[in-house]
Design a protein around this ligand. Structure first.
Ligand code: NAP
Length: 327
């Protein structure tokens, strides 16, 4: 099969499209012919060998990728034959690899059947990015009276949060970098769409919302953008912080939470895995939202051989929606 292999840390060009031996499923495992593989911003960090963050560099050589959707074409021992030919989607595990490939192996216990009518690309978006969005929403407990500000609102998680908040009946403002992304947010139905590359963007949010204060901030950007969003929260507001794509976490003090009666949740690690029913439950919820047509992930696809371009798009902030590789 063909797969993306990486032998050295460095630039996207380290991602080489190579012929490698087919993987073989072990006991209680299935072989999947991959139709869509998920790509993450964190994959670019792992590729670069950056050791400053919370993720450790992987052992090389390796095939990146931890989410795949496809068709079961082979079975290991102790697997029910009824899996053969089924359309499945699976998260291979946080520390796993092997997704950027034509074939992947996964434990059958981790598989989900793709809902009827749903495509491989949407399914792979929901099993990782969708499950994270479900975890964030669990902590936010949105109500129709909420006024929600979503940062990186044209990104993978951001796009789903905008949709979910609108569905919850909330008033939604989305912020992102650049006019092309702002236009996408506008089209998704947010009442306000703002470009946070402009210095006066908090003013634009206030102007769009009139006398309604922001009650919930969803922030996966951190740094100055996250902080400006935090400053827009009215008294009693909630902030859910789940990442720092800008390179620095959102910073605030407990004194600020007291003075402004704010609630802050860091929706990462144990605060996501500890949600009742765990990650599997969040994956099921995300796929159920897709099946019901309540959440439809925006997806940007690249050919598997062009994985380097997918990484470049994420690093240069030109990607929108969930980035997916198609063999
Ligand atoms: N997807 C998951 O399963 C998951 C799990 C845990 C945590 N997270 C975190 O949640 C956040 C959103 O994740 P996502 O997967 O949905 O990613 P994403 O939003 O599709 O991509 C990250 C976005 O961050 C913004 N950004 C701002 N500064 C950036 C920079 N210096 N370099 C790159 N991007 C920058 C970009 O949007 P603009 O150009 O509009 O600013 C970019 O589109 C990230 O911080 C991620 O680490 C994700």
């Amino acid at each position: 099969m063909y797969a993306i292999r990486q032998s050295e840390f460095g630039a996207p060009e380290q991602l080489a499209y190579e012929l490698v031996p087919d993987p073989a499923p072990g006991p209680r495992q299935a072989l999947i012919e991959v139709r869509a593989a998920g790509v993450h911003l964190v994959d670019t960090v792992l590729r670069s060998g950056d050791t400053r963050g919370s993720v450790s560099p992987p052992r090389l050589p390796m095939t990146p990728g931890r989410e795949v959707a496809g068709v079961v074409t082979g079975l290991g021992d102790e697997v029910d034959e009824r899996w053969l030919g089924r359309r499945v989607v699976v998260h291979l595990g946080a520390g796993a690899g092997g997704g950027y490939a034509e074939l992947a192996v996964a434990d059958t216990a981790a598989l989900h059947e793709i809902p009827e009518g749903a495509g491989y690309e949407a399914a792979v978006a929901m099993v990782g990015t969708g499950r994270m969005a479900m975890g964030i929403l669990h902590h936010a407990r949105l109500v129709p009276a909420d006024v929600v500000l979503v940062n990186a609102a044209a990104g993978g998680i951001g796009n789903l949060l905008v949709q979910a908040a609108i569905r919850a009946g909330a008033t939604v403002a989305g912020a992102a970098g650049g006019e092309r992304k702002v236009e996408r947010i506008r089209r998704s139905g947010a009442v306000a769409a703002v470009d946070y590359i402009a210095a006066d963007w908090p003013h634009a949010v206030r102007a769009a919302l009139g006398d309604r204060a922001v009650s919930v901030v969803f922030d996966g950007v951190g740094g100055a953008v996250g902080r400006a969003a935090f400053d827009l929260l009215g008294a009693g507001g909630r902030v859910v912080s789940f990442g720092w794509s800008a390179g620095e976490p959102l910073r605030f003090t407990s004194a600020e939470l007291f003075e402004r009666q704010l609630t802050a949740v860091v929706a990462l690690g144990a605060s996501i895995t500890g949600i009742p029913d765990g990650l599997r439950g969040l994956e099921e919820r995300a796929l159920a939202e897709l099946a019901a047509g309540r959440l439809l992930p925006a997806v940007q696809t690249f050919s598997l051989w062009d994985a380097a371009a997918a990484h470049t798009a994420l690093e240069q902030r030109t990607a929108t929606g969930k980035v997916v590789l198609v063999p």
